[in-house]
Design a protein around this ligand. Structure first.
Ligand code: HEM
Length: 217
């Protein structure tokens, strides 16, 4: 199938999105170790395992490629939709989908901005693009996280972004399954429920980290 057809673009966006959806629970599991109360021992051991494991070393570039493809095709598909319907729907909420599912582009844009800021908080320090805050070693993400979330403003900013991520994810699974052709009327309610459960779990799980560190240290 040629890669520049609208179906191919949607398909690539959906596949890249599903790949990203696998990353989130792994990332959450590792980051929840920040709350273990063992001075960062488990978190640092897990982070070190991730940093040295050859399989994970291959997964990181794949992850960035996944993000890049998903964002690129997200812009293209959204641009195509706007060009095809420049004046919008006469009754914008007449469809059966949830009102927020119409804002995948907007919620995705917020997640993109969050991602840029989040990489600046952590990953840019590791690769040497930014200098770590004073007194914190380049690879010491445990103390970096503690310092970051010692500020309630940063913590609440992260939680706000996770809410947008949650809205984005809520419709994402269902939409991706539809795009890859796995939408049978019999399974749609189950897929919807699964997508919403996944979105709620990710949002609540990630939010727990800044909230605990900022307000119940
Ligand atoms: C409170 C929640 C979070 C914490 C504490 C956190 C922490 C971290 C840390 C410590 C790193 C650096 C890991 C390393 O390079 O060794 C990192 C990287 C990264 N984070 Fe997060 N993160 C959180 C939420 C998120 C969310 C919700 C997303 C996606 C929307 C995300 C996406 C990424 C990506 C793409 C990277 C770079 C790839 C990687 O190094 O794994 N993070 N995060």
């Amino acid at each position: 199938m040629p890669l520049n057809t609208s179906i191919a673009r949607k398909l690539l966006m959906a596949l890249a999105g599903l790949f990203l959806a696998l990353f989130l629970p792994v990332h959450l599991g590792l980051n929840l170790l920040l709350l273990k109360g063992d001075g960062g021992e488990s978190f640092t051991a897990a982070a070190e395992f991730m940093a040295t494991n050859p399989f994970i070393r291959i997964a990181e570039p794949a992850l960035f490629l996944g993000f890049l493809l998903h964002i690129l095709y997200g812009f293209m598909v959204s641009g195509m939709n706007r060009a095809a319907r420049p004046v919008g729907y006469e009754r914008p909420n007449a469809s059966q989908t949830s009102p927020l599912s119409k804002y995948m582009f907007q919620t995705g844009l917020v997640v993109l901005v969050f991602l840029a800021m989040h990489l600046a908080d952590f990953w840019f320090l590791k690769v040497g693009i930014l200098a770590p805050p004073e007194g914190i070693a380049r690879h010491d993400f445990y103390h970096r996280a503690l310092l970051l979330f010692s500020s309630p403003v940063s913590a609440l900013f992260y939680v706000g972004c996770f809410l947008f991520l949650g809205f984005h994810l809520n419709h994402a699974l269902q939409s991706a399954f539809q795009t890859i052709g796995l939408n049978h009327s019999r399974y749609t309610p189950a897929v919807k429920l699964l997508g919403s459960a996944y979105a709620v779990l990710m949002t609540a799980g990630f939010s727990l980290i800044p909230l605990r560190l900022a307000f119940f240290p």
